[in-house]
Design a protein. Structure first.
Length: 468
């Protein structure tokens, strides 16, 4: 039994069935697969839950499977975004010419000064926090103008309150050396394979999960969509099964399984246990925090809003952090005369934004676009809103304690596994989640689950750094 049909869930179902290692049932509360990496259709256009790309850093075996599953629908596309920084638009990925011609001179001088201080060792700090790590490695100019306000918008906390692990796993250009390499990656002769490009399915990012699920079904996996877990009972002895209680449309059913693999948020796994998990585990589950996200889709009566696939807004002067134009990811010409923008607004579920009506949220985004000098060309035909309760894990300083308590508790459950982005409370890309799925499937042997092999994979997972 696999809980959750996001990439980690469908990837494991496919891998297990392809290797004929187990019969598989996937339980998913939504009516479709994909989770936060899924897609949906509105007004004839396929839209994603925010901005998603499949990065060339994807493991070659996994990428080979995706290519085989999607065929010609997997497009190889150039990245073409931009960052609004100090009133200027800077191309992203960064390019030397763009930095020379368009970067604010004061920002350039401040960054050069910080780099020199870093070189002679004058910018070091002993503070082991998100703020401390980035200040020591990048200096105050980049931190205070870009990373710190962006981080506060995304995670809702001052950077000094965030764990240093958040910086190490979430900021791929976390030093001047890495930053220089990213800039040089756009220069012929210095450009590594895949630099400045991404893979994207013709029918939206969710097509990856859909293809995995379809292939898993063809190989015999069972998918129960629209089923919410209402209770989990661990085996009472070595020969007993897991007992999974699930509900759909008011109807409840009991399902038995030898193994329980969970990709749902690890605190939700603890809360679903019957009898309840130990009090210390429940306290740890309550201590882990996720950041919510409101996705605001503006359907416009124009063929294309801009040439860019994504716009980034680090400044606190705007509410949104990023805006994408899905049509540009796959360079689609349909629907003719219409396009949709997707604005991302991180917040807490308890914030005033969470319950705000669609039209008002659309007005907030329109005002943000006016503020940065790219106003809407016309009033939106429609505004659609999606809300994600667990968009980002928040690594507050000290979060490692509660997570370790939950992780160790899961390891005591017979034939249970928690993995994937939500299951390991990880800042990861889709290709990382699929790597976890493949690794888990490969650890399931005829003699049982190879825990030592899995422990080795966990060490590798801990080194994952999010691709920007």
């Amino acid at each position: 039994m696999i809980l959750g049909a996001g990439p980690a869930g469908v990837g494991a179902a496919y891998r297990l069935r392809r290797q004929d290692r187990a019969t598989v049932t996937v339980l998913e509360q939504n009516p479709v697969v994909g989770g936060n990496a899924g897609s949906f259709e509105v007004s004839g256009q396929r839209l994603d839950y925010g901005s998603h790309r499949l990065h060339p850093a994807c493991d070659s075996e996994i990428l080979g499977d995706i290519r085989r599953l999607l065929g010609d629908d997997l497009l190889d596309r150039p990245r073409h975004g931009r960052i609004h920084l100090r009133g200027k638009w800077i191309h992203f990925p960064l390019t030397p010419i763009d930095l020379l011609l368009r970067l604010d001179p004061r920002f350039s001088l401040g960054t050069a000064r910080d780099a020199m201080r870093n070189l002679i060792g004058r910018s070091k700090t002993s503070e082991d926090t998100f703020a401390g790590v980035l200040l020591a490695n990048l200096g105050p100019t980049i931190c205070h103008d870009f990373y710190f306000p962006y981080a506060e918008k995304i995670w809702g906390h001052d950077p000094s309150e965030l764990s240093a692990i958040q910086a190490r796993r979430r900021v791929s250009a976390g030093s001047f050396g890495k930053l220089v390499r990213k800039v040089l990656a756009s220069v012929p002769g210095f450009k590594p394979p895949g630099s400045g490009r991404f893979y994207y399915p013709r029918r939206g990012y969710g097509q990856i999960s859909e293809a995995y699920a379809e292939a898993a079904r063809d190989l015999g996996a069972s998918f129960r969509l629209g089923h919410r877990v209402t209770g989990l009972t661990a085996p009472s002895d070595a020969g007993a099964p897991w007992v999974v209680q699930a509900g759909q449309d008011g109807q409840h059913q009991t399902i038995h399984a030898d193994y329980l693999w969970s990709t749902i948020p690890i605190p939700a796994l603890a809360r679903a246990m019957h009898p309840p998990a130990p009090p210390a585990v429940q306290q740890a589950a309550a201590a882990l925090r996720f950041r919510g996200m409101i996705l605001i889709y503006l359907e416009l009566p124009v063929h294309r809003f801009s040439e860019f696939d994504a716009h980034y807004f680090p400044s606190s002067a705007t509410r949104m952090t990023r805006m994408s134009e899905p049509k540009n990811y796959a360079l689609l010409e349909e629907p003719r005369g219409r396009t949709t923008l997707c604005a991302e607004l991180p917040c807490e579920v308890s914030d005033e934004w969470w319950d705000m009506d669609d039209a008002t949220l659309g007005d907030v985004i329109a005002a943000d676009l006016d503020q940065v000098g790219i106003p809407l060309p016309a009033r939106p035909l429609r505004v659609h809103v999606k809300r994600l309760r667990q968009a980002y894990p928040i690594y507050l300083s000290g979060y490692e304690g509660p997570f370790r308590a939950l992780d160790e508790w899961v390891s005591t459950l017979p034939r249970a596994l928690s993995y994937g982005r939500q299951g390991l409370f990880a800042h990861d890309n889709t290709h990382h989640a699929l790597a976890m799925a493949y690794a888990a499937a490969d650890c399931l042997q005829p003699t049982g689950f190879d825990q030592s092999k899995w422990d080795h994979h966990r060490e590798i997972f801990a080194t994952h750094v999010v691709e920007d």
